[in-house]
Write a protein that binds this ligand. Structure first.
Ligand SMILES: [Cu+2]
Length: 446
């Protein structure tokens, strides 16, 4: 932008050098008016400039000095111009103060973009990454410095329950679906070892949505059977991100279970809460009944995946993972707790309308954006396939809260789970003289 403004200044002065001082004033005013209608970047530029610091080309200075003799500048006239300039400057400072504040965080996270240090010679202190499986989340990061974070990943096929009746050959990361929760801090270097233990001979890899570079690192981590691949990635931006296998057909690798969540904390970390949970929604596309009548195992249906006709829509890899009656375990909290849910949607096809029945999201960090201010008091938030959201809520009244995808026919396919809140009643908030009554065929109010 600097070059553009200098060019404009010269052009104007070249056209009318005999009125150089007037022209200069006009340019200054012109800039002021001009910036009012242009981008924040331009406004910031204008704010930083002053007459004394403007880089006026030598030929322009000559123009000013060679103004025609006898053309006198009246003191009051000059004073007026200076006053106009100062007012403009004050206005611009005020207008851009908010922008400065908003951009401060973004600038902070960008300062680690470049480093003279190749990742092969990384000298950061080494730390083993704590990996947890849903709904558990690794503890918050308390350190104030970056590390070389060792993340050990593998994949193999594992038969796991899909509901109380059937099993499924899931393609797992580290033996579970979803894969482990990875927690890092912006500026860390993630040191990944990925071993393909799948005995069928299929290739697998990992596309980390938090990684800058081709494939989110997948080409560096594509492993054949019994092969271990190693790669390092500097984490440049904070946020909540999905990772998944991206070997083709990628929809099938994801639908079969190869996904997980990764949190890259901002430098200042996240605010303290009482409970954190890891919940990830996904679809399963399977045949309707086992091909082998002596088996309980459902086979994958590529046809149903193409048609986006999910057999199951589930939280944490199986129907009922958060429901005791269906073999799972509800999330647990106490009244008064501030609860944070790291919610991901692996898809591979559906958008989730994530909602907690009986709750209200006090804060929603939409699409995993941890830098922008959170949305407040939302009822439902959209989470795209391959996306995530961080929601926080105060649970005030004891009882069962129900996590759902509010595309409600998906409840029949499994998109429901419970958060059980224990504590004293709150008749000041929730009260009736009559006891509660369970509705018929109810899957959401146990
Ligand atoms: Cu795969």
């Amino acid at each position: 932008m600097l070059a553009v403004h200098q060019t404009n200044l010269c052009k104007v002065q070249t056209r009318a050098p005999q009125k150089a001082h007037t022209v200069f004033r006009g340019v200054a005013r012109g800039n002021y008016g001009h910036y009012q209608h242009h981008s924040q970047k331009q406004r910031m530029f204008a704010q930083q400039q002053s007459f004394s610091s403007l880089n006026i080309p030598p030929e322009s200075q000559v123009c000013i000095e060679t103004a025609p003799q006898g053309q006198k500048i009246k003191g009051a006239f000059v004073f007026g111009n200076v006053l106009v300039w100062l007012c403009g400057l004050l206005f611009l400072q005020s207008a851009s103060a908010d922008d400065d504040t908003k951009n401060q965080k973004a600038k902070q996270v960008k300062k680690s973009d470049s480093s003279p240090e190749s990742l092969s010679n990384c000298t950061l202190p080494v730390e083993e990454c704590v990996l947890t499986f849903a709904p558990e989340v690794p503890p918050p990061i308390t350190r104030k410095h970056p590390v070389l974070l060792k993340v050990n990943m593998n994949t193999f096929i594992k038969e796991l329950p899909i509901d109380t009746a059937y099993t499924y050959d899931f393609w797992s990361f580290n033996g579970q679906v979803p894969g482990p929760f990875v927690r890092a801090r912006v500026g860390d270097v993630m040191d990944v070892n990925f071993t393909n233990q799948d005995e069928t001979g299929m290739q697998h890899n990992i596309d980390w949505h938090c990684v800058h570079g081709p494939g989110g690192g997948a080409p560096l981590l594509t492993a054949d059977q019994a092969e271990t691949k190693h790669a390092r990635f500097r984490l440049l931006r904070p946020g909540l991100f999905i990772y998944h296998c991206s070997v083709g057909p990628v929809g099938l690798h994801v639908a079969n279970g190869m996904y997980g969540l990764m949190l890259v904390e901002p430098e200042e970390g996240l605010a303290k809460v009482d409970k954190e949970f890891y919940v990830l929604q996904s679809e399963i596309y399977s045949e309707e009944a086992p091909r082998d009548k002596g088996s309980r195992k459902l086979e994958a249906s590529y046809t149903k995946g193409l048609a986006e006709d999910a057999s199951y829509v589930v939280f944490n890899g199986r129907m009922g993972s958060l429901i005791e009656e269906l073999g799972g375990h509800p999330l647990e909290a106490n009244t008064g707790d501030k609860v944070r849910i790291f919610f991901g949607n692996a898809g591979p096809n559906y958008i989730s309308s994530f909602h907690v029945i009986g709750g209200l999201f006090d804060k929603v960090y939409r699409e995993g954006d941890l830098v922008s201010p959170p949305a407040r008091y939302l009822q439902t938030t959209l989470v795209p396939a391959g996306g995530a959201a961080l929601v926080e809520m105060d649970v005030l009244v004891p009882g069962i809260y129900t996590l759902v995808d509010h595309a409600l026919f998906r409840l029949e396919k499994g998109a429901t789970g419970f958060l059980e809140v224990k504590g004293p009643d709150r008749p000041d908030i929730y009260h009736s003289e009559a006891p509660p009554k369970r509705c018929e065929n109810c899957k959401i109010h146990p």
